[in-house]
Ligand binder design. Structure first.
Ligand code: 9MR
Length: 380
């Protein structure tokens, strides 16, 4: 999510946290949060999810391993995650900082960490109009289409057999650009039109026939007009891609939730069923809960965040096409929402507590809520 963060917040949708939770409250069961334990839990979230046939994991950024908290950081992943998503390491601007130079340093480290702990990796993301190095903007359209083909083939070949999931295209929808189909008009779109999406997936399938190819999208979850536009536009795009026989295995829903937003979970899950009925698996790829506008002390906020996790997961896990659930990082210490640049861009006023572990790497009620939602979920 980038500049759309602000565009997605319309004044009439800014309920107070309590009111927003009321929307969930109607369907959410009462929660019993386990007391904070100093000791690690007996079972990690990955194991709990696995007992229902669900793969649980989180995004990881390898530079965090080098910080003072590196040891505690990796412990969380080893305990809870059964899949890792690269937060930065497979983005175009990381892999190709210069036109004639590839930098595999971070990607190789992440793959090494995952292999050492027997975790599959989701490479995020091969083609995203939003995170591209500056030099791409100087390419002619032909250069951009060549780059798309060459990039996908080079990266997928290098990591053949070592990566299972690929976010091949990220965030294709961007209504603010005013293009047909509400597609986002970044460099790939400008060079190839909508066809960049089909082309990317075909190149990916040709290079890695048995890997799982994912189209990942943001902002589909809210009940407001923005969420409705994203859902309608994405569904229409998926139907067009399916009609063309484009090879896509799963659709990722990022699920960056906000206490200050409204959600209509029956509407959202009906939409997930429509996506599943087209033949796609569903992955929840970047789950977190932004509590930065929520008043109240930390205990109150943590409970509100936990309730939102529980209600959201209870609803979406009833859709058995949902096979993977990942949070965006595991600890508040390393959340993108606590990055100063993000805070300035999103006008965040307090330190958000969006994840299952706090900034000291202690479990929060959100951890228990996630565990309880997996326990309550139907098996798949
Ligand atoms: O969390 C990521 C942040 O550190 C990066 O600066 C940013 C740009 O690459 O991307 C963030 O991750 C985004 C993800 O790639 C796509 N969905 C929204 C995520 C949060 O902004």
């Amino acid at each position: 999510m980038t500049r759309n963060d602000n565009q997605s917040i319309r004044r009439r949708d800014l309920l107070t946290g309590a009111a927003a939770l009321g929307v969930f409250g109607t369907s959410a069961p009462s929660l019993t949060f386990a007391a904070q334990a100093a000791n690690p839990p007996a079972r990690g979230l990955g194991a709990i999810a696995a007992s229902k046939g669900i793969l649980f994991g989180a995004s990881l950024a390898v530079h965090e391993l080098d910080r003072d908290h590196g040891e505690r950081y990796q412990e969380l992943y080893i305990r809870d995650a059964r899949i890792l998503t690269s937060e930065l390491e497979f983005k175009l601007s990381t892999l190709r900082p210069k036109q004639d130079a590839l930098d595999f340093h971070g990607a190789d480290r992440l793959i090494g960490f995952a292999a050492a702990h027997s975790m599959p990796v989701r490479a995020h993301t091969l083609i995203w109009d939003d995170d591209v190095p500056d030099w791409i903007h100087r390419l002619a359209p032909g250069g951009i289409s060549d780059l798309l083909d060459m990039h996908i083939e080079t990266i997928m070949r290098r990591y053949a057999g070592r990566i299972r999931y690929w976010d091949v295209v990220n965030e294709p929808i961007g209504p603010w650009d005013g293009k047909p189909g509400n597609l986002r008009a970044g460099p790939f779109y400008r060079a190839l039109g909508e066809d960049y999406i089909a082309r990317a997936f075909k190149a990916a399938r040709a290079t890695a026939p048995s890997d799982i190819l994912v189209l990942n999208e943001a902002q589909c979850e809210t009940a407001d007009e923005n969420g409705e536009t994203f859902r309608t536009s994405l569904l229409a795009l998926l139907r067009r891609l399916k009609d063309q026989g484009v090879p896509i295995d799963a659709i990722g829903f990022q699920s960056h939730l906000k206490l200050a937003a409204t959600y209509d979970l029956p509407v959202f899950t009906a939409f997930l069923h429509e996506v599943a009925d087209l033949g796609f698996d569903i992955h929840i790829t970047e789950l977190d809960v932004n509590d930065s506008t929520f008043p109240g002390d930390i205990a109150v906020r943590d409970r509100a965040v936990a309730r939102m996790y529980r209600a959201y997961l209870d609803a979406v896990l009833k859709v058995t096409a949902v096979k993977v659930v990942e949070t965006w990082q595991l600890s508040d210490a390393t959340s993108w929402m606590n990055d100063p640049a993000t805070q300035a861009r999103m006008a965040i006023r307090s330190n958000p507590r969006p994840l299952p572990y706090d900034a000291s790497f202690q479990r929060k009620p959100a951890w228990d809520a996630i565990a309880e939602a997996f326990d309550a979920a139907p098996a798949r």
